[in-house]
Design a protein around this ligand. Structure first.
Ligand SMILES: C[S@@+](CC[C@H](N)C(=O)[O-])C[C@H]1O[C@@H](n2cnc3c(N)ncnc32)[C@H](O)[C@@H]1O
Length: 285
């Protein structure tokens, strides 16, 4: 398929697109915010028009599309254990009026933990957005070592995680439950009851394109299973694992919430775990 896109693009150039057509808030959050943040962190250290990039946990590929259209990237390979990216041509048509996605984008479905190193040329940069909190804990180090082996010496790896597990909405269930730290305060059964009995619309910016496939009730089950599978990684653990895999920290930023910690949680978890909801980590090889 990609050779067809390349040929069409050679003949007619990148298909026209128009961001004024965007109506979907999930799309907007990735096309604008996520891609701008990645560009801010990665665009400063790599020449995006020349860089070969890998997106680990690319999801639906909207961020990758934006990196090409708005930030000049020319080669991004997205990998994921799901196949949400298969929807990208339709999404790009609906949200941007784009008739075909750029040939700069390629995607691949992998089984969790499948080694990637050695199968393709080394990349200049790797990014991973809201993915590492979902990776099975025992696969974290092997995957990080594999990504290290995919990156050329002197290359960069950008990781973002939000929300971190112990932060107020670290359950990733906020679309159904606004009570901060609720996942640390009530049992799993109680939490599921809250999700199960939730009625009414959910935040559009947190509703991905999988929602339509699952339907409202199926989506609740999907999101709750995702919650149960979270690896509960803290920012310190992430940094330590990346060091063990051979990376060094180039720059990092940790964001904290300013909220009152419930009395029940005092002494149960370190305060910095409870308040730290986001990490941006730029690593070097
Ligand atoms: C919250 S989504 C984020 C997707 C995308 N980065 C975005 O911003 O929309 C997390 C993604 O990580 C993927 N994922 C989870 N475990 C993975 C693994 N072991 N290898 C590759 N992708 C994985 C999931 O399938 C999912 O698409």
């Amino acid at each position: 398929m990609n050779w067809m896109l390349r040929l069409q693009e050679k003949l007619w150039g990148i298909a026209p697109w128009d961001a004024r057509q965007i109506t979907d808030e999930w799309f907007r959050a990735h096309f604008e915010y996520a891609s701008d943040v990645v560009h801010h962190w990665v665009g400063g250290v790599l020449d995006l028009p020349k860089a070969r990039l890998l997106n680990f946990g690319c999801g639906d590929g909207i961020t990758d599309l934006s990196l090409v259209l708005r930030h000049g990237a020319t080669a991004i390979h997205g990998v994921d254990i799901r196949q949400e990216y298969a929807k990208l041509p339709r999404i790009a048509r609906e949200q941007l009026g784009m008739s075909r996605i750029p040939a700069a984008l390629t995607f691949e479905t992998i089984a969790p933990g499948t080694p990637l190193a050695g199968r393709r040329p080394l990349v200049d940069g790797i990014m991973s957005w809201s993915t590492f909190e979902h990776v099975q804990r025992d696969q974290l180090l092997p995957i990080l070592k594999d990504l290290h082996a995919c990156l050329r010496p002197g290359g960069f790896f950008f990781i973002q995680i939000e929300p971190l597990f112990y932060s107020p909405y670290g359950s990733h269930l906020r679309r159904y439950d606004e009570v901060p730290w609720h996942h640390l305060l009530v049992s799993e059964d109680e939490l599921w009851e809250i999700v199960r009995t939730h009625e009414g619309p959910i935040d559009a910016a947190e509703t991905d394109f999988g929602f339509a496939d699952f339907g409202p009730e199926g989506y609740k089950r999907f999101v709750f299973n995702e919650y149960r599978a979270l690896n509960r990684l803290t920012a310190d653990e992430l940094v330590a694992l990346t060091a063990e895999a051979g990376f060094h920290v180039v720059r990092q930023e940790r964001r904290n919430v300013q909220m009152e910690i419930p009395a029940e949680l005092h002494g149960k978890y370190p305060q910095d775990w409870l308040l730290n909801n986001e990490i941006f980590l730029l690593l070097g090889r």
